[in-house]
Every structure is written in structure tokens, then in C-alpha cells.
Design a protein around this ligand. Structure first.
Ligand code: CS2
Length: 458
């Protein structure tokens, strides 16, 4: 991208990129990271300098490397709302490595003395968890993030370098401690001594991350390219809203993210739980129920009065009572703000994007709420409607209109459905030995509710 030729309405970053060193290695440099953490880091370097350039890593796909490396890592972030589009050039990404093509370069970056933070947005499935949440050793192979952490961290230890902060920014409950536990299981198999070094030298803060980032389309590239007068392959489109709550537990230095809006707190749990159960819970509900009702986008689904009501009930009547809010956390206002954000018509956030990987998402988005309520003798009808729609989705109900089911367990779920009635499938998924039994088991009140919803949505 030629920065000299950009029009005045594109806000530039405010630091000398060439004078800044790499301080962060980020795994999973997809659209979300570039709209969120890279944007915070870019403004933190504008505010305060520091050597916080980002080395982005894609585990397998060369796409982002091919988009960004020829542009020196530069890209445009477009914030879209009814008020218009705000454009900013982001300078914080120095390079993008593809781990499967150049594993040694990734390990070198982890082992570099200037690296203080290793962060992750590898999506729920990138953590290689089995159905019960433990590390699935068959998935955690040489292409997984664990192999790179093991080799890179061993090099740091052997060189007498300090530990690092491992910052999970994915939508998992207890994301930091989960990563700590999964990495520890991996190391206890491969290098137990390194596991001990990690436990005493590295930290795994919890984070709550939030910004809605639809996948960029060619139409976005053309429309924004026309405003800028230059084609940018790396354009990211997002909403004006953003939130980042981080547990203040770093192993070493970090960017001054708090100067640019991040909240450094002692306890992230109330924010993370509210976000997963309300925002993400409502998102998944709108996705599966919306697709069943023929909608393509989030703003269309939430504009459907029946789904608007269902999403409100999920958030206010089902999820909210399960969350112990902290002082100043107003969950009713949170739900109202979420419905407004979902209604943003300029985002074009596809329901099928959210419907992806449901098997990895529903435990923390829905089943945790349902289990908490069941413990108090309460049912969760809105979530049951969502679960029924998800079960129809993985059975293939939306394939003709919206394409194949995209989920690491798609094959297993299709096989599980074979020859089963709805009540039998409820047992196979949520019965005593069901696939999701570790998260929730359907009782005598929930099962008929779920079966009834499935009949309604068939
Ligand atoms: C969405 C999230 O795709 C999904 O599953 O629910 O990516 C959501 O947009 C973000 O978590 C918002 O912060």
C-alpha cells in the first residue's frame, strides 16, 4: 500500500514503524485480531511508543501472509455504522509467517529476546480439545500451536531468557487457565521439565474480547478501495464498538493498552461470562434459528420480531440470572446495547459465519446457562429453541440453501444422526453418556421441551 497516496480521511498511525521492534507473536492472524488487538496495539504505540510490533502467525493457511506481506503488513480498518465509515491505516503488523511452511521462523520468533507476549485467536477448535474439554492428543499434532510453543519456549529456557505472557483471546470460558491446563497436559507428555519452567516463568491472563468482525468480501475491497484510490487486499470491516478486559497478570512488559481503552482488572470472570452467555449465546441463537427462517444476516434476523423476542428472552430471562454481575455491570443495559449492535445494517454479518463450529461453541454459550438453571429447577425454553435449530442444522437442514455444515465434528454428528429419532438424538448428545454430557445432561423437564422444539422446526 502506498501511504503517500492515501486521501486525508484515512487516519494514519502515529509512530515510526522502522524504529519499532517485534514484541508480540500472535497465533491466528485472522480478521478478528486485526480489528481488535492489533488496533489496540497500534494506538498504544501511537500514544507511547514501545517495541510492540506484531509477528502474525497463521498455522496453515497462506492467505493472510499473501495479502499482507506484499503490503509490508499494512492494512486499512474500516469502522462501519449508520453514521458512515471511518478508515484508519494499521501499522502494527510487521510480518505474517505461515507455520506449516516455515516452522523454524515461528520458533525463532518465540525464542527471540524481544518477544514478551504470545497471544492467540485460533478460534475454539484451535485448542484441540476433546468433548470433555481435555487435550485431544490426536489433534494436538506437529501442526498445532502446542508444538510451536514447546519448541520456542524450550529455546527461551535453554538460553536463560525470561518467560512470556501467553494471552488467549478466544471465546472460551476461563480462556487463560484453559490454555495453561491444555499446554501443561501437552508438555507433561513431551517435556515435563519444560512444563515446570512454564508454570514458574510464564503467565496466562484471562481476557474478555469483543468486537464484531464480519468476513471481508470482494465488495468491501472494491467499495473501500474506491474511496482510498488504492486497492488494499487486507481490508478489515468492523463496528465502531470494541471492548477488551484483561486480567492484570503479565510475566513481563506489555503495551499501554489501558491508555487506549482496554480495561486491566483483577477479575475478568463476570465480563467473560456475560459476554459468552449473552452476546455469543444470542448470536448463535440468531444464527441457527435465523437460518431456519430464511435470513442471511444478523441484522435481518434481529429485525424479525419473533427472533428479537427469543434473543431478548435468552439474554434477560435465561442467561442474566446465572451471572454474578460486579458493581457497575448493568446486564439489562448490556442486553439492550447488544440488540442495537446486532441491528447495525451496514455490517453485513453473515449468520452462516456464526453457525460455523457450533460443537465447539455451544458448551460455553448455551449449555453452561442451561446447566446452571437446571441446578435451580428451571428450564431454558429460548436456549432449547436454539439447540433444536442447531440439531437440525448439523443434520443438514440448511445445506441446500446455505452450503455444507462447517464444524470439526460435522462427520461425527451426521453419523450420530443416522437412523435416529429426535428423542434418540437428544439422548446421544445430552444423555448420560452423550457427546456433551460433560457440559449438560437433559433431564425429564428439558427432554420433551427440546423434542417439541425440534418438531416445530423440522
Ligand atoms: C460470533 C463471534 O462468529 C461467532 O461465533 O459470535 O465471533 C462474535 O462476533 C464475537 O465474539 C464478538 O466479539
Amino acid at each position: 500500500m502506498n501511504l503517500d497516496r492515501l486521501p486525508a480521511e484515512v487516519e494514519p498511525f502515529g509512530y515510526d514503524r522502522d524504529a519499532r521492534g517485534i514484541g508480540i507473536v500472535h497465533f491466528g492472524i485472522g480478521a478478528f485480531h486485526r480489528a481488535h488487538q492489533a488496533w489496540y496495539t497500534d494506538r498504544a504505540m501511537t500514544a507511547d511508543g514501545g517495541d510492540w510490533m506484531i509477528c502474525g502467525v497463521s498455522l496453515r493457511s497462506p492467505d493472510v501472509a499473501e495479502q499482507l506481506n506484499p503490503q509490508d503488513g499494512l492494512y486499512t480498518l474500516a469502522e462501519r455504522s449508520a453514521q458512515g465509515t471511518v478508515l484508519r491505516t494499521i501499522g502494527a503488523v510487521r510480518e505474517v509467517l505461515v507455520a506449516s511452511h516455515d516452522p523454524a521462523a515461528v520458533i525463532d520468533r518465540i525464542a527471540a529476546p524481544g518477544t514478551h507476549i504470545i497471544s492467540f485467536t485460533v478460534t475454539e477448535k484451535g485448542y484441540c480439545r476433546a468433548g470433555d474439554g481435555s487435550l485431544d492428543l490426536a489433534l494436538a499434532g506437529p501442526g498445532s500451536l502446542y508444538r510451536f510453543l514447546r519448541e520456542g519456549l524450550a529455546r527461551r529456557r535453554d538460553a536463560g531468557l525470561p518467560g512470556v505472557t501467553l494471552l488467549s483471546c478466544d471465546n472460551l470460558a476461563d480462556n487463560g487457565p484453559q490454555l495453561a491446563r491444555l499446554l501443561d497436559s501437552y508438555l507433561s507428555r513431551h517435556d515435563p521439565a519444560l512444563g515446570e519452567w512454564v508454570a514458574s516463568h510464564c503467565t496466562f491472563p484471562m481476557t474478555m474480547i469483543d468486537r464484531i468482525v464480519p468476513a471481508t468480501t470482494d465488495g468491501d475491497r472494491e467499495e473501500i478501495g474506491a474511496i482510498m484510490g488504492v486497492r488494499d487486499e487486507g481490508i478489515i470491516v468492523t463496528e465502531p464498538f470494541s471492548q477488551w478486559v484483561i486480567e492484570d497478570r503479565f510475566a513481563g512488559p506489555r503495551p499501554v493498552w489501558e491508555k487506549v481503552g482496554a480495561e486491566l482488572v483483577a477479575d475478568v470472570v463476570p465480563y467473560e461470562t456475560a459476554k459468552l452467555r449473552m452476546l455469543n449465546g444470542a448470536h448463535s441463537l440468531l444464527a441457527y434459528c435465523g437460518l431456519r427462517r430464511g435470513h442471511g444476516f444478523v441484522h435481518e434476523a434481529v429485525g424479525d420480531p419473533m427472533l428479537h423476542d427469543l434473543a431478548s428472552r435468552l439474554m434477560l430471562e435465561e442467561a442474566r440470572p446465572t451471572i454474578a454481575a460486579v458493581r457497575g455491570q448493568d446486564l439489562a443495559a448490556y442486553a439492550a446495547a447488544l440488540l442495537d449492535r446486532f441491528a447495525n445494517p451496514s455490517l453485513h454479518h453473515r449468520l452462516i459465519q456464526i453457525a460455523m463450529d457450533g460443537s465447539q461453541k455451544i458448551p460455553q454459550r448455551w449449555l453452561a446457562t442451561v446447566a446452571a438453571r437446571q441446578g435451580e429447577g428451571k428450564t431454558s425454553p429460548a436456549i432449547m429453541a436454539g439447540l433444536a435449530a442447531w440439531m437440525q442444522h448439523v443434520r443438514g437442514a440448511n445445506v441446500a440453501q446455505w452450503g455444507p455444515v462447517d464444524d470439526p465434528m460435522a462427520g461425527r454428528l451426521t453419523a450420530l444422526w443416522e437412523g435416529k429419532t429426535a428423542p434418540e438424538m437428544v439422548q446421544a448428545l445430552f444423555g448420560e453418556n452423550g457427546l456433551f454430557a460433560a457440559s449438560w445432561q437433559a433431564d425429564a423437564a428439558a427432554t420433551p421441551l427440546l423434542v417439541h422444539e425440534m418438531a416445530q422446526q423440522a
